[in-house]
Design a protein around this ligand. Structure first.
Ligand code: UDX
Length: 430
């Protein structure tokens, strides 16, 4: 099958590589020439586990190509639109012009039955609008617009592509359904959920908002545990064993972040308001998550309030481990609060320093590893759950820090081990 992917971001690039691995002929286009040139040389433009090997393999086999031209629509059976839809704070909704612009631009190249799949996260009604744009520009075009929302997680996107919980397909067209089944041929029938375009568009936003709510619930429970002496780990474990609740997304931390949860919750709440169906619950989650980030900064400072000119070793900047992405990272927001209070901060992240530097600039110092960051520090803060932070040399650290205080926002430090070397270790919810 010939597939054209438009937009080589996290979703588009992962999909392009993985669909070619399934045996399809894939062309992925992006208007950024330098991105396309790098990809043609087999150089990944995003940080994603296992994607590099598949990229090189499929480039070599010629099943995967990169280009900048919309003309590639001509040979495509399926065109997948995966351009960015960032949240526009002034409009309080997704900025979807890129999608509508692509819809307009592909129209003149549709010369046979073509399926246009909307992969970007969008407002409900977007597929209808795209269909209208294409019909108006080319009334003779033979096409179907289908919604197939993407649920890939950064850091495990390749795994998620090949192991989806479900494949949601929003279309009423039988022809489109048959083609989509071929597109996802190796996946079991029971993975497919066929529904209307409207419901499909909503499933993405609803899923992400629900997960954000789950995280916020356990975060509030962690605060409660601290007050009454419970252990949030045990509470989450005990709750999660109930199949109706499930163990996933019950890890407490400094709040959710990233390119999806913050914007999807806001988009849902704001759309609800516009149509007169308020999401009071989601609004409380959004507000609670924002407050949590501020309160974690305040808490960090409270641990060192008696130390003059305290220096903070801040470990972890990405919004979660396994990625270099700092978009809406709670860690970055917390560092910004600390800097605003005039605190000296030295940061380290195994992958995200380059991206963090564009925000934090010269307001912090940058360490090459955990030990360089911890030198003369009065507190070590762990804000992203990188695996390597779990096995630090506490004997070595105890000799180089100024004060032996740890604030473990993600509950990754072995408290017993740190205690052995005289550290006070403050955790979250336990
Ligand atoms: C999310 C969705 O999971 C994915 O289906 C969708 O396609 C894109 O948005 P992603 O943003 O990559 O994926 O990250 P995810 O792993 O879901 O984590 C989101 C945020 O929640 C992170 O800040 C993470 O640290 C936080 N989180 C997650 C918790 O604080 N606790 C948890 O138990 C799980």
């Amino acid at each position: 099958m010939n597939i054209l992917v438009i937009g080589a971001g996290y979703v588009g690039l992962t999909m392009a590589v993985c669909f070619s691995e399934l045996g399809h002929s894939v062309i992925c286009i992006d208007k950024q020439k330098n991105k396309i040139n790098a990809l043609l040389k087999g150089k990944l433009t995003i940080f994603e586990k296992n994607l590099d090997k598949l990229l090189i393999k499929n480039l070599k086999s010629k099943r995967l190509e990169f280009d900048i031209s919309m003309k590639n629509v001509v040979n495509a059976d399926v065109v997948m639109i995966s351009v960015g839809t960032p949240f526009d704070d002034s409009l309080n909704r997704y900025e979807q012009n890129a999608i509508y612009c692509v819809a307009k631009n592909i129209t003149k190249f549709i010369n046979k039955y073509t399926i246009i799949v909307i992969k970007s996260t969008v407002e409900v009604g977007t597929c209808d609008r795209v269909e209208q744009i294409i019909k108006e520009a080319n009334p003779k075009a033979d096409f179907d617009v289908v919604s197939i929302p993407e649920f890939l997680r950064e850091g495990s996107a390749v795994y998620d592509f090949f192991n989806p919980d479900r494949i949601i397909v929003g279309t009423e067209s039988q022809h489109a359904k048959d083609v989509i089944k071929k597109l996802y041929k190796p996946f079991k029938k029971k993975k497919f959920v066929f529904t209307s375009r409207c419901s499909s568009e909503l499933i993405k936003c609803a899923s992400n908002s629900f997960l954000a709510m789950k995280i916020h619930f356990i975060n509030e429970m962690a605060d409660f545990c601290e007050k009454v002496g419970g252990n949030v780990y045990d509470v989450a474990h005990g709750m999660g064993l109930d199949k109706r609740i499930g163990v996933e997304f019950l890890k407490t931390g400094p709040g959710y972040g990233g390119g999806c949860f913050p914007k999807d919750t806001k988009a849902l709440a704001s759309l609800g308001k516009r149509v007169g169906a308020n999401f009071n619950l989601i609004e409380a989650v959004i507000c609670g998550n924002e407050n949590r980030i501020k309160s974690f900064a305040t808490k960090t400072l409270s641990f060192v309030e008696n130390i003059k000119n305290a220096k903070i070793a801040f470990l972890g900047l990405a919004f979660k481990s396994g990625t270099d992405d700092c978009r809406f990272s709670p860690a970055i927001d917390i560092v910004l609060h600390l800097i605003n209070k005039g605190t000296k901060v030295c940061v380290y992240d195994p992958a995200a320093t380059k991206n963090a530097r564009s925000v934090l600039k010269t307001k912090v110092s940058y360490a090459k590893n955990e030990y360089e960051a911890a030198k003369d520090a009065d507190i070590m803060v762990f804000a992203t759950e990188w695996k390597q932070f779990r096995s630090l040399d506490w004997a070595k650290l105890s000799k180089i820090v100024n004060s032996k205080i740890i604030f473990d926002m993600r509950n990754i430090v072995d408290r017993q081990e740190a205690l052995k070397y005289g550290f006070e270790c403050y955790k979250t919810g336990c």
